[in-house]
Design a protein around this ligand. Structure first.
Ligand code: PQQ
Length: 242
């Protein structure tokens, strides 16, 4: 057991952010995608496989909702499910508000790359390594205390940069993908920032001894490994061009 003093919030947050060095933004398969070296086949392979992650996220968030007795947390956390699944809500006066949600936006991204809706949603292209890695994330959220599951979402600290990189580079390198198809990435930049604020607040407060803070870093590493392993599996299936 560690007998050291806990890091203060600033130090602890800095330790979490240091973990960005192991983010999948640095994986050779992602570097290939974001530097314009990928073939249409490789891009389609990535989009079709990442769809399995997209559909897992609201399931994972529903596990967190079901595990927390804290109503204030649930009030905020439910937004993530709406972000991905979309919603159609009719007020008592009959007015309806709808949003197609991130999963639908991801399907549109897939269609913009030349995949059919059917071959995306029936998961035929999802390779075993991606499936196992994503399932591990869902299982972790189902089985561990909800604060640990919240902590595991903190790879989102590093996500705005990867989305912005795609928005900056894909139109130049892959002009055959219609710009409207990239809407998912545009939406996520601000959504990820908001998610991170909430996830960080829970994590900084809950992991309040040095031993727990070290556990939080290991949890974040687990999630980084989920994303890294997905990229390994896709690199194995589709290859990496130098
Ligand atoms: O494209 C990416 O590289 C990337 C990474 C991550 C991430 O770091 O987990 C997420 C997303 N995108 C994303 O779009 C998203 O909605 C999301 C939710 C979560 C989460 O763990 O709750 N991660 C991510």
């Amino acid at each position: 057991m560690s007998t050291q003093q806990p890091w203060n919030h600033e130090e602890f947050e800095a330790k979490l952010r240091e973990k960005g060095a192991a983010y999948h933004i640095h994986h050779p398969f992602n570097v290939m995608l974001n530097t314009g070296k990928a073939t249409p086949e490789q891009i389609r392979g990535w989009v079709a496989n990442r769809f399995y992650y997209q559909i897992a996220i609201p399931v994972k968030d529903a596990a967190i909702l079901s595990n927390t007795p804290d109503r204030e947390v649930r009030r905020q956390w439910i937004q993530r499910i709406l972000d991905h699944d979309g919603y159609e809500i009719t007020a008592p006066d009959g007015t309806t508000v709808r949003d197609e949600g991130g999963i639908e936006a991801w399907i549109k991204l897939g269609e913009a790359t030349g995949l059919s809706r059917e071959e995306i949603v029936d998961l035929r292209h999802v390779v075993p390594g991606v499936r196992f890695a994503v399932d591990a994330y869902i299982n972790f959220a189902r089985q561990r205390p909800w604060q640990e599951a919240v902590c595991s979402s903190l790879t989102e600290l590093f996500a705005p940069k990867i989305h912005k990189e795609r928005l900056a580079n894909w139109p130049e390198h892959y002009p055959w993908i219609e710009s409207a198809g990239l809407q998912y990435f545009r939406n996520r930049v601000s959504q990820a920032r908001r998610d991170v604020e909430q996830g960080l607040a829970v994590t900084l407060n809950y992991f309040n001894t040095r031993e727990m803070q070290e556990r939080a870093l290991n949890i974040l590493q687990f999630k980084l490994d989920v994303l890294w392993t997905m990229n390994d599996a896709m690199a194995n299936a589709y290859g990496v061009n130098k």
